[in-house]
Ligand binder design. Sequence first.
Ligand code: PBG
Length: 329
Amino acid sequence: MPAFPRTRMRRTRQMPWLRSLVAEHRLTTDDLVWPIFVHEGTEPEVPVASMPGVVRYSVDRVAEAVKEARDLGIRAVALFPATDPAKKTPDGEEALNPENLVNRTLRLLARECAGVGLIADVALDPYTTHGQDGLLREGRVVNDETLEMLRKQAVVQAQSGSTMVAPSDMMDGRIGAVREALDEAKLQDVGILAYSAKYASAYYGPFRDAVGSKGNLGKGDKRTYQMDPANTEEALREVALDIEEGADAVMVKPGQPYLDIVRRVKDAFHVPTFVYQVSGEYAMIQAAAERGWIDGDAILLESLLSFKRAGADAILTYGAVRAAKMLGR
Ligand code: PBG
């Protein structure tokens, strides 16, 4: 007996109610983390040219934006500073300043925006004149000396109100080093979201515009620490190490070009798995939508749902507010 016509796959697609009942995955605001940029100036919102719809907020304006996001159901924000170029140094000491832009913003948001997760980025690139995530010695990004900086940076961020720190620098041993430093500072309840499988990607271009590190990095690249896009097994080793070192959640980044990695990580480790829809992914959707070539809203939601389907538990996206508004309808 042939399957057709007894079996008709289209039957469960006929009615909206049935499509809803058989849907395997659902995107909700509970899945969303909103990455935001802050700047030192007084201008409340400065548009980021390569990311239409994204702005850098002043410290005075940022709480209002975060409250709006919270009220739309967004669960957490990830903060990124556009540091005043005058404060950048070869060793990025500004990263450790309790009064730096990120730490001031963390204190403000912790006070004014109760209930929202505050995720701080642990890495030196917003603060170094060369734009690398670590310390540069004779043209090389040095690992172990950088760890000493990252430990201190994470502790000061946690003391300023970050409830989860997110090392994005890809130095070896950073998760263990940061965990130890937090524990020693009696910050044992502060979590670590590890950018475990972070690839050396061209998709980060607009982000480097937004935080003003593109000019600093110049012709440099991050291939001696971020992962080679050719590799998969290596991502699993990175994740395994980060879990062993104390990561509470792991991340794959970028997102859409690396859905295979999201799925493999989720299947192999069964730990909270985040994915970052990075600046270049966002810019591509926006650019095509602006030209009228695609339906930007629909593609945003479809791209986010694809992360859920691949096994992601949470998604960092610059489209979080827009998505939340659509999901709330
Ligand atoms: C750097 C950092 C980067 C992003 C987040 N943290 C860029 C980089 O590694 O150069 C990229 C995010 C994005 O492109 O949206 N520590």
